[in-house]
Design a protein around this ligand. Structure first.
Ligand code: URA
Length: 221
């Protein structure tokens, strides 16, 4: 059991980290633009995901190792123990997964398939495949849009049922109502996002947002 993530629910919600970096803002603005092509959207998502992964992994544990440079012995630091599991919330999460795996190619990967019922906006599970040692890993759940928060809440609940104890949720965009829903359900889960937008419209879309992330990533309508 990690000291940083005790069993008891914390009295304060875990942090929401909004990435504050010119490259993040630039890429996000390009993602928002309606005339950005499918190829451009995919590339920008991948690049932004790499920057988000950098932030989401900053608390990974290190251990000292003795190495030799071409000039002398020295002590370096390497990641210790079991490390990461990225969990993609299908299908749009896969766009973020690519950038994360660029940074941590050895990470384990899980998939959770949820679709949003268009009438109720509630998540419906249709697929789940996860590594079996989740309790020993930092699980980074990726979904580009934290809108109502229902899918994110359901995905994280599934992970906890499967043993995950240390979870971070990463999205490109979120809204205050989605954050509130998520934090009420999972106050122990850190959120990393590129921006907090104004709010949801009547169809559950984030405004100003970037449209349907899955459609824009995969060129569907
Ligand atoms: N999912 C999306 O892809 N876009 C939104 O604006 C909300 C949910």
């Amino acid at each position: 059991m990690s000291e940083t993530f005790p069993d008891a629910a914390p009295s304060q919600p875990a942090t929401v980290t909004v990435l504050d970096h010119p490259l993040v803002q630039h890429k996000l603005t390009r993602l928002r633009q309606r005339d950005t092509s499918t190829a451009g959207f995919r590339r920008l998502t991948r690049e932004l995901s790499l920057l988000m992964a950098y932030e989401a992994t900053r608390d990974l544990k290190l251990e000292p190792v003795e190495i030799e440079t071409p000039l002398e012995p020295t002590t370096g630091m390497l990641l210790s123990g079991k490390k990461l599991c990225f969990v993609s919330v299908l299908r749009a999460g896969n766009g973020i997964l690519d950038g994360m795996l660029d940074l941590v190619p050895a990470a384990r990967v899980g998939h959770i398939g949820l679709y949003r019922d268009p009438a109720t906006l509630e998540p419906v599970e249709y697929y789940m495949k996860l590594p079996d040692d989740l309790s020993e890993r930092l699980c980074i759940v990726v979904d580009p849009m934290l809108a109502t928060g229902h899918s994110a809440v359901a995905a994280v609940s599934k992970l906890k049922q499967q043993g995950a104890r240390q979870i971070t949720f990463v999205c490109m965009l979120c809204v205050p109502e989605g954050l509130a829903t998520f934090q009420a359900a999972h106050p122990d889960v850190r959120i990393v996002t590129a921006a907090v937008d104004r709010g949801l419209d009547d169809h559950g879309y984030i405004r100003p947002g970037l449209g349907d992330a899955g459609d824009r990533l995969f060129g569907t309508k």
